[in-house]
Design a protein around this ligand. Structure first.
Ligand SMILES: [Fe+2]
Ligand SMILES: [Fe+2]
Length: 341
């Protein structure tokens, strides 16, 4: 395990460099070369501890978000308005479980076990996206989540396909393909409601109104209040700043909402011809901090549900581990027999 903690792109203090073993110094040099070439770091490569820690934090938070994010939508599977909608929603929620699995696997390649990550989540020590602490009160919320929440996820995750850490970038490629389907299905739900009865149209508009600001806050705090972003960009993990991604997302919503024939609850949205960027009205960052600190409308409920699901699934994990041990024993006795023959 590497002992060096010097992030790439920052000059190391003289004495820190002197403290490096020859092996770590060569590793750092190789790492810096990979980053400078915009190439990929793989699990067996030497990497600075700060890079490893930062990735574990980001990837595990991302995995937790996928898993917790299943709850607000699973809430509507039994109440979907038709068999078609029910099967689409089930497929989408299952996709989110798959995203969680790809991401936990990617994080495991950095030396953190899935048990450690899961324990941190159920103990309430790990973060996940603040958006999933809002309630889903009507069927139209399935539309708004697909269009806006999965839409924001796409804006965020497409650049992550080029993240410098190989397993993370590769996991993102598949995730993004599935997110596109999620966004389309959400948009289509809203489109149908917006062209339905006045009550359905009002329900669609209400859902858009409620999910708009939380979806914009999914990109994280403003750039000048985002301490990890700069380093993450220097390491080629993050490619665009929070505000840059948010601005692109607003531009996408502003155009697509016209097709829906609905409105966004923000009369300050405009395209700034000078900066060539989309702008939006102020967001309530105090609310964001409250939700992130565990005091959002559904934080306690989401965590409690995850805890009970984790406890209820203990027998499955035990059975899977027992089966894997049995298979491994069988394999090693076959190998021993082959070797003896
Ligand atoms: Fe997802
Ligand atoms: Fe999704």
């Amino acid at each position: 395990m590497a002992r060096n903690v010097q992030p790439a792109g920052q000059p190391a203090p003289q004495n820190a460099m002197e403290a490096l073993t020859p092996e770590d110094a060569a590793g750092q040099e190789n790492f810096d070369r990979i980053i400078a070439k915009d190439s990929r770091v793989e699990p067996k490569d030497w990497m600075p501890e700060a890079y490893r820690r930062s990735l574990v934090r980001q990837i595990s938070q991302h995995a937790h978000s996928e898993i917790i994010g299943m709850q607000p939508e699973a809430n509507w599977i039994t109440r979907a308005p038709s068999l078609k909608r029910k099967s689409i929603l089930m497929a989408k929620v299952q996709d989110e479980a798959g995203h969680g699995l790809y991401l936990y696997s990617a994080a495991e390649t950095l030396g953190t076990t899935r048990d450690e990550m899961m324990d941190a989540l159920v103990a309430g020590k790990a973060r996940y996206s603040s958006i999933f602490n809002y309630p889903t009160v009507t069927w139209a919320d399935m539309g708004a989540i697909g269009w806006m929440v999965d839409g924001a996820a796409i804006c965020n995750q497409v650049p992550l396909c080029r993240a410098s850490y190989g397993p993370y970038g590769r996991a993102m490629v598949r995730v993004c393909k599935e997110e596109s389907f999620h966004q389309r299905q959400g948009f289509e739900i809203l489109l149908e409601l917006a062209n339905g009865t006045p009550a359905q149209r009002a329900m669609a508009q209400d859902a858009v109104n409620r999910w708009y600001a939380p979806s914009l806050m999914m990109f994280g705090p403003p750039d000048d209040d985002s301490p990890n972003s700069k380093q993450s960009m220097a390491w080629n993990i993050k490619r665009f700043s929070n505000d840059e991604l948010r601005s692109r997302f607003v531009g996408m919503l502003a155009e697509q909402v016209k097709v829906l024939g609905l409105t966004l609850p923000d009369d300050e949205i405009r395209f700034n011809e000078d900066t060539k960027k989309w702008e939006h009205g102020p967001l309530d960052w105090e609310e964001f901090k409250e939700v992130l600190a565990g005091r959002g409308p559904c934080n306690a409920q989401r965590l409690e549900r995850r805890r009970s699901a984790h406890a209820d699934g203990a027998w499955v994990r035990e059975a899977a581990a027992a089966y894997a041990a049995k298979q491994a024993a069988k394999q090693s006795s076959t190998n021993a027999q082959k070797a003896a023959a």
